[in-house]
Design a protein around this ligand. Structure first.
Ligand SMILES: [Zn+2]
Length: 80
């Protein structure tokens, strides 16, 4: 089974924590959860990163484009 790895940073976050998943939806969910945890801990870089993502979410077209770019990135990662 194919497992791809992306870091928090690659997914619009703020650290080098790695997530592993089979699908982009899964990895996006993991990074979101992690982002929320760090946000609740009051981690400043993550709060800033989440602020940027929130801005992005105000623009559905930009958000969609970002999502598609990341999905492409995820799907072209070499098998681990
Ligand atoms: Zn992080």
């Amino acid at each position: 089974m194919q497992m791809n790895t992306m870091t928090c940073k690659q997914l619009g976050g703020a650290c080098d924590k790695e997530f592993k998943a089979n699908t982009f939806e899964e990895i996006a969910e993991q990074s979101k959860k992690h982002g929320m945890e760090m946000y609740q801990k009051g981690d400043k870089p993550h709060i800033e990163a989440m602020g940027k993502m929130k801005d992005l979410m105000q623009k559905p077209d930009a958000m969609k484009q970002w999502f598609e770019e990341k999905r492409k990135e995820f799907n072209t990662l070499p098998d681990q």
